[in-house]
Design a protein around this ligand. Structure first.
Ligand SMILES: [Ca+2]
Ligand SMILES: [Ca+2]
Length: 252
């Protein structure tokens, strides 16, 4: 009976932790080495113009760039409308040869490679890759394998809680009806050395991409929705009550 009680407690604690952490608990992302690179689409093929977004590649963080962008929570990039999602390479300010992957969770569930080598040695500014149609109700996450092209194995993504150093590695912003993502590819805090730390400059411009999720999705993401948090909290409380009842029935 003691074991059952303990199990009940852990289930309750995990559920509560998930609610407190926000929408989803931390999860690890597994890189699949058998992914292949989807066709790289040129600007003439997509009609995308990278010029307005070059302002995000400078020796500072994205929140310090002032072009009228709106900062978004990188952990909550959820689509409300179906869209053929495309990712465009803007620029890079890195010594590393970074790789970029994506993860769709929810209505559409799949993972895949975006850029096998997000370097300006191989990509032109504005080059794009289609991730295919992504359905409404899908959470989009992006994961960078730092220097992955040269064998690097550190993976940093939009889900901050899943990053091994516990730090934010992606800035997200809405600008010109697109989603802009800027990645930091060095492990650890600003200027920190020792252990796995790499004396990071925390400039968040090591790989910069623009994601075309459609104007409707960008508009929906740009509207603050305080009712969501409240709804989640009450949902969590209801779940907790159910678990307590279940736990009690096990004990009795
Ligand atoms: Ca940099
Ligand atoms: Ca950096």
């Amino acid at each position: 009976m003691k074991t059952k009680l303990l199990t009940g407690f852990f289930v309750t604690a995990t559920a509560l932790g998930g609610v407190l952490a926000g929408i989803s608990p931390a999860h690890a992302f597994t890189w699949n080495n058998s992914w292949s690179q989807s066709p790289i689409l040129s600007k003439s093929q997509t009609g995308f113009d990278d010029a307005p977004f070059q302002a995000f590649v400078q020796p500072e963080r994205m929140e310090k760039v002032d072009v009228g962008q709106l900062l978004l929570d990188p952990t909550k990039l959820k689509l409300k409308f179906d869209h053929e999602v495309k990712v465009h390479f803007i620029n890079e300010g890195a010594g590393f040869r970074n790789q970029l992957a994506y993860e769709a969770t929810g209505t559409t569930t799949r993972t895949g490679l975006v850029f096998n080598d997000a370097s300006d040695d191989v990509l032109k500014y504005g080059d794009g890759v289609s991730l295919g149609n992504v359905k409404a109700g899908t959470l989009l996450d992006f994961w960078l394998r730092a220097d992955g092209r040269n064998g690097g194995r550190n993976i940093f993504g939009t889900q901050t809680a899943a990053n091994e150093d516990g730090l934010q590695h992606v800035f997200a912003a809405a600008y010109n009806n697109y989603l802009v993502l800027g990645f930091e590819d060095l492990y650890g805090g600003l200027g920190a050395w020792g252990g796995k730390n790499q004396g990071s400059d925390r400039d968040f411009n090591d790989t910069v991409v623009v994601v075309d999720i459609g104007e409707d999705n960008i508009r929906a993401m740009s509207v603050p929705e305080p009712s969501i948090t409240l709804g989640l909290m009450s949902l969590g409380a209801a779940g907790l009550m159910r678990l307590r009842r279940r736990q009690n029935s096990v004990v009795s």
